[in-house]
Design a protein around this ligand. Structure first.
Ligand code: SF4
Length: 884
């Protein structure tokens, strides 16, 4: 397909592992328009809310434009020489294991390859790990144990062809929305069943059979399934005899396993077992709920065991299917971004593999042992073993478990380099050197999605200021450390060709990742490369794996494993009676460095919150809209209460996205225990035990402003709006003078001030105007302030002399919290339309309000609102509470 037609360039969305193709058109003044690519096989023209809002996240306002050395702008020559010198000195004085790289699934494969080659082949340490360790390293370990290498057997088409889709620990509707829409489309065209296995009721439970199993009991559940497969004679003995080892031991262990630990009703459990066993075409799709566990690798293998026993693998419509979190998490696995891997799925601790790569790279120094995995890496930063750290496109000061300790460790590390597009991250703020990296839209390379599809990301904009691609920055440092020849590439096409050639040697060693068929691409053909699924070798091009065996263990067989269920590392106790689950929201990405720039994405859920069961709310004596202080053995957080039956008693859910930049008290990974799976090293991010109590503030506030402002109160959470910024605030001590407080908050010296006070009741409202135009307003009360927030956020910059009333005036309706981000349709608007127009389906809501008709990411929320409006039965309220 043509790469560039009439100024439109084909590229790839930079967010999740679905890897959707996009059509990008620059507007000539630094902006772009973005649409789904109808010819990309992953999304066929669809985009979710995040992909649809990509155009709102480009621009230079927030960008780092020059290299910074201890806060001073320097030129590239100074910065690169300095970084090379510092890393060289540390290696010379303390050895190669005193340095480390922490990289990200947001890197392109070419960038990743260069970082891996520099650290493992030339600096001589394996201390390079990726934030994908936190995302899917348990899957990598599970695949390797079962298949002999990290192979995803299936492809997305299997979701179109399956008769049963089982989502395990995956809120696919919010975290991989386009894939979820694909499953929904299949369900509309024929009779398929969906099962969602999750302790929490999520948007993905809408219309599905929901198994609310107890946290960490997945192995017991899939052991029950394996035992039942055996009991019912459903083992595919022709397949297992020919292609599988370990069947008898795995079944014997499964039979001894106790299904009661799942906490599932026995009839519900039996319904699931019947459905799975009686449906030949079953895809078991899993994600972070499986991986982010101290038994994550066992969970992965317990799922694979059932597919191997039945031979339901690698055939149309069936197989275990891991979906990756980040757009190039898979690429990171392929290039050796994990500290225990070499490039092309080769193993660092295998002498033959090491020898082949060393010779290919002509590497002077190659470690013989695996490097430090993420959690251990930052422990080593903290205890001084690592003295020079380079963080590339990641924010570990927020995202690692025990994040406060990690933040302190980075702050104390003698030399820290951060490459990023902005300096406004918790981690970049701690760095000695910050290097301006090119952003999505400015750089070229490849990414691999969850179905092994390699797609091109293409530059459509010039990098602003002195920003440079990551491969260039890394290669320039390598050259300055004396390795000119090995890092002499001129462009990403040359890097890709080298990488593809190395993969051919991996293929000769019997590995699955072989794209040697692409090693012949010159710069022009690389630039035109269409999406292509690996492998691409003389022996095999794309397709599925393992329908006819052909596993990558030396005997060619798969391994089923006997798996004894293990409890989560921490059990709730008197001091910490709650179990904290963390995860993603529909419209935000990681630590919000890009998605928070989009007003419409920020409108969906603008404040950090905790989901808590109503019975726990009652027990703790909390009232609606309370602030809740959560405490673990590691740290504390303050978040807004959201009362919901979506979580069971004793369970809590808090989203992972907020940082010191936009809600310093809601850095939820500060609470998460640094407990990891013993095989994969992946942290248990969903089962930390915590205490909860009211954060009894003396005052609560809500503020809006045309420009960004940063409060200094005990609690604040700021979000972008279409007119400026909104912020929730609260404090333990009351300022003497609210007008002075508001003046210092907004810094608008030339504005006219209106001040309304009811001191007796502790209510104060301060507005800042230019004529009748509202510039900013602060609303304060002794309890969470009831206001029409979703109406008020539209006022800054408008004529609104009555703004301090805090209500809509005249016949202007309050739209309510945004549900459909694409068309900015609020909950109240939807409910009014359902009532007044007699709407009875999601399609009718779309026809009336357009809600849900663009990306479709909100369809399950629309269905829930519809159900709530037309039914007296309790329903899942997926939309979160607002104070209005
Ligand atoms: Fe991007 Fe959404 Fe597609 Fe993921 S599903 S790649 S976030 S458009």
């Amino acid at each position: 397909m043509p790469v560039n037609v009439s100024g439109v360039t084909r590229s790839t969305c930079p967010y999740c592992g679905v890897g959707c193709g996009v059509l990008v058109e620059p507007d000539g003044i630094g902006g772009i328009s973005v649409k789904g690519d109808p010819d990309h096989p992953a999304n066929r023209g669809k985009l979710c809310s995040k992909g649809s809002a990509l155009a709102e996240t480009v621009g230079t306002a927030h960008r780092l434009l020059t290299p910074q050395w201890h806060g001073e702008s320097v030129d590239w020559e100074t910065a690169l020489n300095g970084v090379a010198d510092e890393f060289g000195k540390v290696i010379a004085e303390h050895g190669p294991d005193a340095v480390a790289f922490y990289v990200a699934g947001q890197l392109l494969s070419e960038d990743y390859y260069v970082a891996n080659k520099l650290m493992k082949g030339f600096m001589g340490s394996a201390n390079i790990d990726t934030n994908s360790r936190l995302c899917m390293s348990s899957t990598v370990a599970g695949h390797k144990r079962a298949f002999g290498t990290d192979t995803v057997p299936g492809i997305y088409d299997d979701l179109d062809e399956a008769e049963l889709v089982v989502l395990v620990g995956s809120n696919l509707a919010w975290c991989h929305p386009v894939l979820y829409q694909r499953v929904m489309a299949a369900r509309e065209s024929r009779d398929i069943r969906i099962v969602t296995i999750d302790p929490r009721r999520t948007a993905s439970c809408e219309g599905a059979l929901h198994l609310p199993l107890k946290a960490g009991s997945d192995v017991a559940l899939f052991n029950a399934l394996l035992a039942e497969i055996d009991r019912r004679g459903a083992v595919n003995t022709a397949y297992t005899d020919a292609h599988v080892d370990g069947l008898d031991e795995a079944i014997a262990t499964a039979q001894a396993s106790e299904p009661d630990v799942t906490g599932l009703d026995s009839a519900l459990l039996q319904e699931f077992l019947d459905l799975w066993i009686n449906t030949e075409k079953v895809v078991t799709l899993f994600s972070q709920g499986v991986n982010q566990s101290s038994a994550g690798t066992d969970k992965v293998n317990s799922i694979i065991n059932c597919h191997l026993a039945t031979g339901r693998i690698g055939k149309p419509g069936m197989g275990p299917f891991s979906v990756t979190g980040q757009v190039n998490a898979m690429g990171g696995r392929e290039v050796g971004g994990l500290s225990n891997m070499l490039a092309c799925h080769l193993d660092i601790e295998n002498p033959e593999h090491r020898g082949v790569v060393k010779a290919f790279w002509q590497a002077p120094a190659m470690p013989e042992q695996s490097g430090l995995k993420a959690v251990d890496m930052f422990k080593a930063v903290g205890d001084g073993r690592i003295k020079a750290l380079w963080v590339i496109h990641s924010n570990p000061a927020v995202t690692l478990p025990d994040a406060d300790r990690v933040r302190d460790a980075i702050a104390a590390c003698p030399f820290v380099v951060v490459s990023d597009i902005t300096i406004d991250t918790d981690t970049a703020q701690l760095a000695d050197v910050v290097l301006p990296a090119a952003a999505w839209g400015e750089k070229s390379g490849t990414v691999t999605n969850s179905e092994r599809m390699i797609s091109r990301q293409r530059a459509v904009l010039s990098a602003p200021g002195q920003a440079k691609p990551d491969w260039w920055i890394l290669a320039e440092v390598a050259r300055r450390m004396g390795w000119e020849q090995a890092f002499a590439w001129e462009n990403p096409a040359e890097i890709f060709a080298e990488y593809a050639a190395l993969s051919g040697l991996a293929g000769e060693l019997g590995k699955d990742f072989d794209i040697s068929g692409l090693a012949v691409l010159d710069a022009q053909s690389y630039d035109k490369l269409d999406p292509v699924r690996w492998p691409q070798s003389a022996a095999k091009q794309g397709g599925r794996f393992f329908a006819e065996g052909g596993f990558f263990h030396t005997d060619g067989k798969a391994k089923m494993l006997p798996l004894v269920p293990r409890a989560t590392a921490e059990a709730p106790c008197e001091a910490r009676p709650f179990r904290l689950n963390t995860g993603r929201l529909r419209d935000q990405w990681h630590t919000m460095t890009r998605t928070a720039l989009s007003p419409r994405l920020s409108a969906h859920l603008p404040e950090p919150f905790v989901d808590m069961n109503p019975r726990d709310v009652q027990r703790l004596g909390l009232s609606a809209a309370s602030l809740v202080r959560l405490s673990s053995a590691q740290g504390h957080a303050i978040v807004r209460l959201h009362q919901t039956e979506d979580v069971v008693e004793g369970d809590l859910f808090v989203p992972m996205h907020w940082t010191g930049m936009n809600a310093p008290s809601a850095r939820i990974d500060a609470l998460v225990a640094p407990v990891v799976d013993p095989i994969s090293g992946q942290p248990e991010s969903k089962a930390t035990t915590v205490a909860a109590e009211e954060f009894a503030a003396a005052w609560y506030g809500f503020a809006i402003c045309t420009t960004q402002f940063t409060p200094s109160s005990d609690y604040w959470a700021r979000a972008r709006t279409s007119t400026g910024y909104r912020c929730e605030l609260a404090g333990l001590s009351t300022p003497d003078d609210w007008e002075s407080y508001a003046r210092s908050l907004f810094d608008l010296p030339d504005a006219t001030v209106q001040h309304m006070s009811d001191s007796k009741r502790g209510r104060h409202r301060v507005g800042f105007f230019s004529g009748d135009i509202l510039l900013a307003a602060l609303y304060v009360g002794p309890e969470p302030v009831a206001l029409m927030r979703d109406f008020l956020v539209g006022l800054p910059g408008q004529e609104a002399p009555w703004a301090l009333a805090g209500q809509a005036c005249g016949d202007m309706p309050d739209p309510g919290a945004v549900v459909c981000s694409c068309y900015a349709v609020g909950r109240n608007t939807i409910k009014r339309a359902i009532a007044s127009e007699g709407l009875t389906s999601v399609d009718q809501i779309g026809g009336c309000l357009s809600a849900g008709t663009n990306c479709g990411s909100c369809k399950s929320e629309l269905a829930a609102i519809l159900k709530e409006c037309v039914s007296t039965q309790p329903v899942c309220l997926i939309e979160k509470r607002r104070l209005a």
